[in-house]
Design a protein around this ligand. Structure first.
Ligand SMILES: [Mg+2]
Length: 171
């Protein structure tokens, strides 16, 4: 490649990057925090523009979600345990991971939407239930399932049909 050709190729690369940056900012202003609602709306528009609503049944979306979880798992397959922060992964590997995590999230959000589940509210409620199921004083630093933790107490089903641990003795 001559010096002039390298210069032109460099300029074209910058122009492409600028173009992709421009279309990205139109898609989502960078200063805005992304919410589950934003993602749900974007997914609904994405499907409507392509007339894909007909394919987005709960079952199809669930199977697509499971497929994406498989693609995400493949990234970690055969690597053994990897350190938090993935400091020894290269940029391409991290980008690939981000893409597969996003595929999982996007199908999950879409599935919740077509099932009329408010995912944000539901996740907060579930966290609250888990906090009751796993009291800090009983499970701090301990990864046992709540049924095993219950050896210090009794598992009772409450009015909301969820299971809680009732302690025999105060901890
Ligand atoms: Mg994927």
């Amino acid at each position: 490649m001559t010096g002039r050709e390298v210069e032109i190729a460099g300029a074209e690369k910058v122009a492409t990057q600028l173009e992709s940056k421009k279309s990205w900012s139109a898609f989502m202003p960078p200063e805005k925090e992304v919410t589950l609602k934003d993602l749900g709306r974007k997914m609904a528009d994405f499907a409507a523009d392509r007339e894909w609503d007909q394919f987005h049944s709960p079952r199809n979306l669930l199977l697509a979600l499971v497929g994406e979880v498989g693609e995400l798992s493949e990234i970690f397959q055969w690597k053994g345990e990897v350190p938090r922060g993935l400091c020894d992964w290269n940029d391409a590997e991290k980008e690939h991971l981000g893409e597969e995590l996003s595929d999982v999230l996007l199908y999950l959000v879409r599935l919740a939407d077509v099932c009329n589940v408010n995912l944000g509210e539901s996740a907060l409620r579930k966290l609250q239930k888990n906090a009751v199921k796993y009291p800090v004083e009983l499970c701090k630093g301990n990864s046992k399932k709540y049924r095993e933790l219950a050896k210090k107490g009794t598992v009772r089903r409450n009015m909301n049909n969820t299971e809680n641990i009732v302690f025999h003795e105060r901890l």
